[in-house]
Design a protein around this ligand. Structure first.
Ligand code: ASP
Ligand code: MG
Length: 414
C-alpha cells in the first residue's frame, strides 16, 4: 500500500471542530487505499503563547528549557487528533518525536533532522493505524534531549518522514488554498498557482512567503518528493503541486512576487579598501552565528568602501554590537542601522535565458517613484531592498507588470 504523509498546521487544528475535520481528511485517505501518517503542529497560536510565557519569566531563556517548553504544544494536539480518528472507527496512535525516534543534531531551537527511525512507524502502519506524529520536535542524537526545528518546523518533520518512509507524496494542509503569485492579503489580484517548481518554492519560502518552512522544500527537492500545498478547509481542492522543474511548462518568466519585511540593513562606512577586510567582517559575524543575506560593497573612494548587508531583524541587536566591534578593529568610520527596509523579490524558473526581466522589475519600481537601495540576483530571482513604507506598493506594481493576475490555469501543466 502506498504511504501518504499529511501535515496539518496550527490553524488546521485550532479547535475541536478543526481537529474533527482533520480526522475526516486522514480517514478518507486511508479509505482510498493509503497508509497514512499525519504530522500536526500545535493548536492555533499555542506556540506563540508558550514563547510569550517564557518571555514573562526571562528574555534569555535557557535553550534546553525553551525547547522542552515549546515542544509541548504538539504533544497536546497529537492525542486529540488520534482520539478524533478513533471516534470515526479507525485505528490511530499518536507519537512524540522521542517516541518515534526523530533524531536531530545537538542544537536547540533550530536543529536539523539527521535520521528518522522507521521501524516502529512501519509496524503501526502495518497494524492498520493512522499514525499521528508531533511536528517540530526531535531528540538530540548526542544527548537524547528534546530539540525543536525552528518556527514552522512541522513542515520539515512531515517532509523528512515522507522521505524516510518512501511515501508517494506529502500533502501540506494549511488555511490557504495553495501557493499564490503573491500574498492575497495585500494584492487582491493574486492568483493560485497550479504547479510550482521546488527551486521557485525554495526561493519563495526563504523570502518569507509564509506557506512553507524552507528546509522542508529543500528536503523535497533533494529527494524529489512531490508535495501539495492545500487547504484543510477545502479538502476537495487540489491546491498547488510542488514538483521538479523538468516536469513544468514554463510559460511565464516570473511565478511569484514576495515581500520580506523581516530584515534590517547595516552599513559600515569608511572601510579600508584592502584585501582581507570583507573576510574579517563576515567571518566575525558568522562566528557569532549571525546569518547575512544581501551584501553590497560600494566602489572604492579615497581608499575606503562602504560595506552594507542585511540580517534578520531578530538578530539586529547582536549584529549592531558585533559590527561596532568590527568597525573599531578595522578602523572603519561608522556603523548605521536601518530597520525600515523591505525586500521585494521576483522568482521564476522561466527567467533563465530571458533578458530584460530585471529591467522590467526596476522600471515598475521607477514608474512608482520607489527608490532601490540594494539589488541582488540569482539564476531564478531578483531582489530589491526598498524603504519599508513602499513595500506593498512595490509588490502590487511588479505583480501587475508581469501580468501575474492573468496566470491562467490552462497554461500550467499539472
Ligand atoms: N508549532 C510550531 C510553530 O508554531 C511548529 C509549526 O507550526 O510548524 O512554529
Ligand atoms: Mg504553527
Amino acid at each position: 500500500m502506498p504511504i501518504l504523509v499529511q501535515k496539518f498546521g496550527g490553524s488546521s487544528v485550532a479547535d475541536a471542530a478543526c481537529i474533527k475535520r482533520v480526522a475526516g481528511i486522514a480517514v478518507n485517505a486511508k479509505k482510498k487505499g493509503y497508509q497514512v501518517v499525519v504530522v500536526v503542529s500545535a493548536m492555533g497560536d499555542t506556540t506563540d503563547k508558550l514563547i510569550n510565557l517564557s518571555k514573562e519569566i526571562t528574555n534569555k531563556p535557557n535553550a534546553r528549557e525553551y525547547d522542552l517548553l515549546v515542544s509541548t504544544g504538539e504533544q497536546i494536539s497529537i492525542p486529540l487528533v488520534a482520539m478524533a480518528i478513533q471516534s470515526l472507527g479507525e485505528k490511530s496512535i499518536s507519537q512524540t518525536g522521542l517516541q518515534v525516534g526523530i533524531m536531530t543534531e545537538d542544537r536547540h531551537g533550530k536543529a536539523r533532522i539527521t535520521e528518522i527511525k522507521t521501524d516502529k512507524l512501519k509496524k503501526y502502519l502495518k497494524e492498520g493505524n493512522i499514525v499521528i506524529v508531533a511536528g517540530f520536535q526531535g531528540i538530540s542524537e548526542v544527548t537524547g534531549e528534546i530539540t525543536t526545528l525552528g518556527r514552522g518546523g512541522s513542515d520539515t518533520t512531515a517532509m523528512a518522514l515522507a522521505v524516510a518512509l518512501g511515501a508517494e507524496r506529502c500533502d501540506i494542509y494549511t488555511d490557504v488554498d495553495g501557493v499564490f503569485t503573491t500574498n492575497p492579503d495585500t494584492v487582491n489580484e493574486a492568483s493560485k498557482l497550479k504547479t510550482i517548481s521546488y527551486e521557485e518554492m525554495l526561493e519563495l519560502a526563504s523570502l518569507g512567503a509564509a506557506v512553507l518552512h524552507p528546509r522542508s522544500v529543500e528536503i523535497a527537492k533533494n529527494y524529489e518528493m512531490p508535495m501539495r500545498v492545500r487547504s484543510s478547509f477545502k479538502p476537495e481542492d487540489e491546491g498547488t503541486l510542488v514538483q521538479g522543474v523538468e516536469k513544468m511548462e514554463l510559460n511565464n518568466p516570473v511565478s511569484g512576487v514576495a515581500l520580506d519585511e523581516s530584515q534590517a540593513r547595516i552599513a559600515i562606512a569608511g572601510v579600508p579598501d584592502k584585501p582581507g577586510i570583507a573576510a574579517t567582517v563576515f567571518e566575525t559575524l558568522a562566528k557569532k552565528n549571525i546569518s547575512v543575506d544581501m551584501i553590497i560593497q560600494s566602489t572604492s573612494k579615497d581608499g575606503t568602501n562602504e560595506i552594507a548587508f542585511t540580517v534578520d531583524k531578530e538578530n539586529i541587536e547582536d549584529a549592531k554590537v558585533v559590527s561596532a566591534e568590527i568597525a573599531k578593529e578595522i578602523n572603519a568610520t561608522d556603523v548605521t542601522v536601518d530597520v525600515n527596509i523591505a525586500k521585494v523579490s521576483i522568482v521564476g524558473a522561466g527567467m533563465i535565458g530571458r533578458p530584460g526581466i530585471a529591467a522590467a522589475m526596476f522600471k515598475a519600481l521607477a514608474d512608482n517613484k520607489i527608490n532601490i537601495q540594494m539589488i541582488s540576483t540569482s539564476e531564478i530571482k531578483v531582489s530589491c531592498v526598498v524603504e519599508s513604507k513602499d513595500g506593498d506598493k512595490a509588490v502590487k506594481a511588479i505583480h501587475k507588470v508581469f501580468e501575474l493576475d492573468k496566470v491562467s490555469k490552462e497554461k500550467q501543466k499539472v
